[in-house]
Design a protein around this ligand. Sequence first.
Ligand code: SDX
Length: 428
Amino acid sequence: MTDQATKHAKLTIDGVSDPIELPIYSGSVGPDVIDVGKLTSQGYFTYDPGFVSTASCDSEITYIDGDNGVLLHRGYPIEQLAEKSDYLELCYLLLNGELPNSAESADFVDTIKHHTMVNEQLRSFFKGFSPNAHPMAILCGVVGALSAFYHDSTDIDNAEHRKITAHRLIAKMPTLAAMSYKHAQGQPFIYPRNDLGYAENFLHMMFATPCEDYQVSPTIAKAMDRIFLLHADHEQNASTSTVRLAGSTGANPFASIAAGIAALWGPSHGGANEAVLNMLDEIGSVDNIPEYIKKAKDKNDPFRIMGFGHRVYKNYDPRAKVMQQTCHEVLEELGVEDNPVLAMARELERIALEDEYFVEKRLYPNVDFYSGIILKAIGIPVEMFTVIFATGRTPGWIAHWNEMISGPYKIGRPRQLYKGYTKRDYPN
Ligand code: SDX
């Protein structure tokens, strides 16, 4: 719960003599918050569609300063984590609040390695999906179904149960993601291997076959690990807020994470990386960019530049900068630095960042603008892009769920401004 009020706001309402005094709380950094809880007893609700100005909870996990393009995970800047850390170390940091020492790191990595397999019964679950099922549809279903296999650890009030569940989800998401891909390819599932690193194992499960192994390039594995790392958490975004809301009912963590996966799928959120590549395909050539920039600015045209804009970042998304650098490294390694899709993306970015519409609305590339180009260059099909995002975001969802469940919390239940019919009688 929030600490003592640091100051107060006084809300005066026309025709009401006494102002309503509302406590204001301060965090360790970032905007103060006004506690509006007492408004209900005064006959009022706050009104904030899309929660643009609403803090839904206290949290110590991730801090974003959108105006200055700052992203901190437990205080550590994303740029430093991308350069010096790796994905599993960040998972540990998000879950535990501190970086692991070497023994803690080795133990965590070993624990994750030994939870990567899924129950063999789950394999038949995939058979129920048509071959052309979108892998996100499969992932939503399969993650929700995981709770059917772990009745030994669904007591959300038991910290050990929450810990084993966190480990199981982080460990199994790459396996389930790769199985979703193999199902669509009509190829047999590839078991995880404990001699491989996290990202390496994922690429192995994606691209190896029983007929031949898949030699993972260290640069590609490092790029995959960094893509997971850059997606690991992002404060109270739509999917994380969905996980918190679902979890606030006491739903088991597998169901809550499945709800988050469903929310992430939308093209305004995690589905944007897939939408970026589809958009670039639609634009087709650098010559057509001005026409599409015009469409993006036309209020009557639903077209938007996918991978651009953000609810919080009104400056460059720091993850996009790291992703752009990784993009160059991967394309150089693959010898495709003159990739036409990348050339189009960079020209689109250049033109958009010079256009007064985008400047005035403070629209910059976000995490999704470059990630798809890297994934496509690695050979991952577009429909798997959001599955990769969901895999990367799992530690963030779990850390927020655990932070909520391990402290006092209430079921989330927003109210509304009702504009429908007032009471009327049913016709005789
Ligand atoms: C992610 O929340 C997170 O943290 C999300 C995320 C995470 O890690 O969890 O960062 C991941 O979801 C990144 C965002 C991926 N989505 C896209 O790239 C889709 C394209 N972007 C837009 O749909 C939009 O920018 C949103 C949804 C991301 C943000 O929308 P907001 O905050 O509701 O802003 P808005 O729609 O009110 O836009 C403000 C103005 C509008 O014009 P006006 O009504 O003020 O005249 O900017 C315009 C919008 O029309 N605008 C765009 C635009 N994005 C916003 N115009 C053209 N192209 C765009 N991409």
